[in-house]
Design a protein around this ligand. Structure first.
Ligand SMILES: *Cc1c(COP(=O)(O)O)cnc(C)c1O
Length: 361
């Protein structure tokens, strides 16, 4: 096997088991969200691994859908954000399922289609970033009937606060959605609303299908944990240099860390260019030999520095875990997000192009 300075190990079996567990828990169909390179996990291999369990896949952009088609993925593929009329031709050419949220795009799609195109309609019930406003949905659907090549195969909405403890706004959105469905659904469409947080905590949002992303990869979006999920990603790097600093010496750009006594330090081969957040400077920890060791000084583009203990028995090339388990110790995605004032979604999706993905079944 090739040798890499930094790499993630992706446990495809864990992703499949998570998907099966979520699908069984909801007892509905599964639309597996694999946008953003499957949340940084590697979309082609993840999609292939989920073939047996997902009823449909969802990506964010038409480009992502096209890339999957070019990789030979033939499964139904919903594009969650499709609104540029100029891209309608790609929907048809690559047999993607577009989301309709405005008239312009729908009209262009109908113009260029040579046969029936199945579409899903996004109803804006209060997320207020896309979709047809719920008070105009009936009118919109009636107008859409004029476009004879479009067939409404799905109706969905997206919840703004499903991961919060207070579920009152979720109820407001679900009531708006249900009132629209009563008027426009003929019972044939696939109805869906639940992201991971809703799939795990709000049964009333499950309708015909759940639409999780984050939880497929084994990360919980909120405090509710009704089923056991396995994190699928481990991020590793290696020690690239070992040195000493004497008392009062600083480390890395700006010398933001000052040694209070002589210390052994190690350079680890990961930097902010790899998506290891700059904000972990002087804050983060890594695992070396099954022990937590602190990041000292500013994280650089390509490398970072950690402080070793005098007793650490380490050599150049030794494995360093940034996310995941080593021995009995574990660093979670949530821990990195917490340290850097962001969310797990951002940590995962920022893992960079230089980080090799290695897949295990
Ligand atoms: C990203 C996204 C999802 C998945 O959300 P998670 O919180 O990752 O489960 C579902 N639906 C839409 C419309 C999305 O944009």
């Amino acid at each position: 096997m090739d040798y890499y300075r930094t790499y993630t190990e992706i446990n495809l079996g864990a992703i499949r088991r998570n998907a099966e567990a979520i699908k069984a828990y909801a007892g509905k169909r599964l639309i597996a969200v694999v946008k953003a390179d499957a949340y940084g996990h590697g979309v082609i291999r993840v999609t292939e691994a989920l073939r047996s369990v997902a009823d449909m896949f969802a990506v964010a952009t038409i480009e992502e859908g096209v890339a999957l088609r070019q990789a030979g993925i033939r499964e139904p593929m919903l594009v969650l954000f499709s609104s540029l009329p100029e891209q309608a031709v790609q929907i048809v050419e690559y047999e993607l399922t577009p989301t309709i949220g405005d008239w312009e795009f729908a009209n262009r799609l109908n113009e260029i289609a040579s046969s029936t195109v199945h579409v899903h309609i996004n109803i804006n019930t209060g997320m207020n970033r896309s979709g047809v406003h719920w008070t105009e949905a009936t009118q919109f659907l009636n107008r859409l009937k004029m476009l004879d090549r479009l067939e409404v195969a799905g109706l969905f909405t997206h919840l703004a606060t499903a991961d919060e403890v207070d579920k009152r706004y979720v109820s407001v959105q679900l009531e708006r959605f249900s009132s629209v469905l009563e008027k426009i659904s003929d019972g044939s469409e696939l109805i869906h609303a639940a992201n991971s947080a809703a799939a795990l905590a709000i049964p009333e949002s499950h309708f015909d299908a759940v639409r999780p992303g984050l939880s497929l990869y084994g990360i919980y979006p909120a405090s509710e944990k009704p089923i056991a999920l396995e994190p699928a990603l481990t991020w590793k790097t290696r020690i690239g240099w070992i040195g000493f600093i004497s008392e009062a010496e600083g480390v890395s750009y700006g010398l933001t860390y000052k040694a209070s006594h002589q210390a052994r330090v190690a350079m680890v081969q990961v930097g902010y260019c790899d998506g290891y957040p700059l904000a972990l400077s002087n804050v983060g920890e890594v695992l070396i030999g099954g022990m937590r060791r602190p990041i000292i000084g500013r994280i650089c583009m390509d490398v970072s520095v950690v402080r070793l203990e005098p007793t650490d028995n380490v050599s150049i090339g030794d494995e360093v875990v940034l996310i995941g388990k080593q021995g009995d110790a574990e660093i979670t995605v949530d821990e990195l997000a917490h340290h850097t004032g962001t969310i797990s979604y951002e940590i995962l999706t920022q893992i960079g192009k230089r980080v090799k993905r290695i897949f295990n079944d």
